[in-house]
Design a protein around this ligand. Structure first.
Ligand code: RIB
Ligand code: CA
Length: 316
């Protein structure tokens, strides 16, 4: 365990969060200290249940702590039909009703503080949901910031437009928390839509997961085939489907998987208006502001898929 990278995964499962969890838990490069949940794709209770179901199915036990049940300031009014993850947040696979795993009695930022305070090595925070927990953590425990190695985020977008320019769900749902993070001085690697929509999986990939012969591979194949239908119907059909969140994990496991990125200043728009919540990326370096993030534009797709299959093969 000594040479592994200590990480905390903050997530809102969600199909692509599920891939991020499997990738992290099956990697021998990461030491997943804890998993924290944030309200995002679905409300807290569903996100908690989905996380515990994934762990139970994959045969992994980790502390899972509930966190913020809504953004710091903005309302949280997601309905059950919002988004592209179905009613449960993990439509496409029926998990066993009986699950012995239980939520931690501690809340997310308590766990983050405990892990970061006592880790002998700086901890990497990986966020794959709205940024509320990490924003809150940075505000509540500023003295622990020096022991945070990096925040690897699935958040934001530079050029890729899914709905409106510069808008991405994890960044805009809690723009104030995202702004806290980008103004914190902590090193940030931003895996936004530019890279996540350039790494699309197709049926041949999900068949590779099934071919691992593990329960985990079976679950992933069923969930991702369903996610493809849900995502392409709700958003855009590019002939494949993104696995947004897993990109932020892959970049921690092996930073060399990133084939194109650029350091730049990213401003988070929190003022009211149509672009409130936008990640305004200064890719032409006109602002005169110091870069505060490494924005990723491309990854080695094949290595990414191989990495995910390798992790799926290692779990139950
Ligand atoms: O915009 C994509 C992000 O929003 C992903 O993390 C997905 O799980 C949803 O949370
Ligand atoms: Ca997510």
């Amino acid at each position: 365990m000594s040479d592994r990278i200590p990480v905390i995964l903050d997530c809102d499962p969600g199909h692509d969060d599920m891939v991020a969890l499997v990738l992290a838990l099956g990697s021998d490069r990461l030491d997943v200290k804890a998993i924290t949940n944030v309200a995002g794709n679905k409300a807290m209770e569903k996100v908690n249940r989905n996380t515990l179901n994934i762990l139970n199915w994959c045969g992994v036990e980790k502390e899972v702590a509930a966190g913020a049940v809504r953004p710091l300031v903005r309302p949280y009014n997601r309905t059950d039909t919002d988004g592209c993850h179905g009613l449960t947040g993990l439509d496409g696979f029926d998990f066993p009703a009986d699950n012995p795993l239980k939520l931690s009695k501690r809340r997310a930022i308590e766990v983050m503080a405990d892990v970061v305070r006592h880790s002998p090595k700086p901890v990497t925070l990986i966020t794959t949901g709205p940024t509320t927990n990490v924003g809150l953590f940075l505000r509540a425990f500023p003295d622990l910031i020096p022991n945070i190695a990096r925040i690897s985020m699935m958040a934001g977008t530079c050029h890729f437009i899914l709905t409106e320019p510069f808008m991405e769900f994890n960044a805009y749902l809690d723009a104030e928390a995202t702004r806290i993070i980008f103004e914190s001085g902590v090193p940030i690697t931003m895996f936004g839509y530019d890279v996540t929509y350039s790494v699309l999986f197709r049926q041949d990939f999900t068949q590779r997961l099934l071919a691992t012969g593990t329960r985990t591979g079976l679950m992933m194949q069923k969930l991702l085939d369903e996610f493809t239908v849900l995502h392409n119907k709700r958003w855009i059909d590019l002939g494949g489907c993104p696995v947004h969140d897993a990109c932020a994990v892959a970049g921690v496991i092996d930073p060399t998987i990133v084939t194109r990125s650029e350091k730049m200043y990213v401003r988070i728009q929190t003022e009211p208006g149509p672009l409130s919540g936008a990640t305004i990326c200064d890719y032409q370096h006109r602002s005169g502001m110091e870069p505060n993030a490494e924005v990723v534009f491309a990854m080695d797709n094949q290595r990414f898929f191989d990495m995910v299959v390798e992790s799926a093969a290692k779990l139950k």
